[in-house]
Ligand binder design. Structure first.
Ligand code: MG
Length: 347
């Protein structure tokens, strides 16, 4: 594991948790490994994938959990209820599973508007129906004013990995293609724009969506998909950094080929964000056998959620362990996870 000299090891006596510990960057990654994984370690947890893969009585299951603290709880294109269902569905989907059952736990602050709560619950129920999953368990806690910020939601999900179909067993290798299902950064900018204190307006709408139909249509029609992740917190940079850690290869992506909406790019230029660091909630990054990239792109583009799908780069033998970006002007820069807090409470 590469170790950076300015990122301290854990646990750290006398220190406290900061927002960086939950921001999806390098600080969070080290926090998780040195505290939680150290204590909970077991072979199923060890890969630290988006969902655990479990063999149980002849079935292969995927199991995941996630908590949602997005602020504000309603934003263009979604709300915390829809987000909590889509996010958990997507974490199952990227492991090649068909999501089936979800649990939903609500932590609600005293004083929350009941109509707002109803809208959130209705939205979560609609998202579950449209994703074809059932919410079969739940929990509600109410905490005193100040005990949380309005509403937090935890969702867990179970999916079934279809035998004989799904992700290719072949390892990621030189020449494989890196695809993305659409534009990057929409969710991050939409949520940021909905925060009144920031005083900027944008027409960007969150991409919050369940990807099961899109991803499963690819897995059913092509055997060339080797790896998938949904680039949520930490964005495309975080998932590609995760990718180069699974083998001895590098990734080279071309900035010009990465789909970014003009209005997202405008805000990024204004605020100094890299769109590759921004959260997405309805996108999937795929590694596909090089000679099947065109076919998979065609399948993705057939679906409304994959209309803007693009081939953004390749697996390389050079630069092993690194993600590199060929810039618009022809240079090459190294792409890293955001170090810490970029946009807190984005999901
Ligand atoms: Mg994920």
């Amino acid at each position: 594991m590469r170790r950076s000299i300015f990122l301290p090891r854990y646990p750290m006596r006398g220190k406290v948790v900061t927002l960086s510990h939950g921001a999806g960057g390098e600080v969070m990654r080290r926090f998780i490994r040195h505290l939680f994984v150290k204590q909970f370690d077991n072979p199923i947890l060890a890969p630290l994938s988006d969902a655990a893969l479990i063999n149980l009585d002849g079935s292969r299951l995927a199991f995941t959990t996630d908590s949602y603290v997005v602020k504000p709880v309603e934003f263009p294109g979604g709300d915390i209820g829809k987000l909590s269902v889509c996010g958990t569905v997507n974490d199952l989907v990227v492991m090649g599973a068909r999501p089936v059952y979800l649990s939903v736990g609500f932590i609600v602050e005293e004083g929350l508007d009941l109509q707002l709560l109803e809208r959130i619950v209705v939205s979560a129920a609609e998202a579950a129906r449209s994703a074809g999953v059932e919410i079969v368990a739940g929990d509600t806690k109410v905490v005193a004013r100040g005990g949380c910020d309005g509403i937090f939601i935890n969702t867990s999900g179970i999916g079934v990995c279809p035998l004989g179909r799904g992700l290719s067993e072949h390892p990621v290798q030189l020449g494989d293609a890196v695809l993305i299902s659409g534009t990057v950064g929409d969710h991050g900018i939409a949520v940021l724009g909905a925060r009144e204190e920031l005083h900027f307006q944008t027409s960007v709408v969150s991409d919050c969506a369940s990807l099961n139909e899109l991803a499963l249509s690819v897995l059913n029609e092509s055997s060339g998909v080797k790896w998938m992740r949904d680039p949520t917190r930490g964005g495309v940079a975080a998932v590609l950094s995760e990718l180069v850690e699974i083998g001895s290869f590098g990734v080279l992506v071309r900035e010009l080929d990465i789909p970014v909406r003009d209005d997202v790019m405008t805000v990024c230029e204004l605020l100094g964000f890299d769109p590759l660091h921004l959260a997405n909630e309805g996108k999937v990054v795929m590694v596909v056998e090089g000679d099947q990239a065109d076919e998979v792109l065609m399948i993705l583009r057939r679906h409304p959620l994959g209309r803007d799908a693009a081939l953004i780069g390749h697996i390389t033998s050079s630069g092993a362990g690194y993600v590199r970006v060929e810039t618009r002007v022809g240079g090459v820069r190294r792409l890293q996870r955001p170090a810490g807090e970029l946009l807190p409470r984005i999901c």
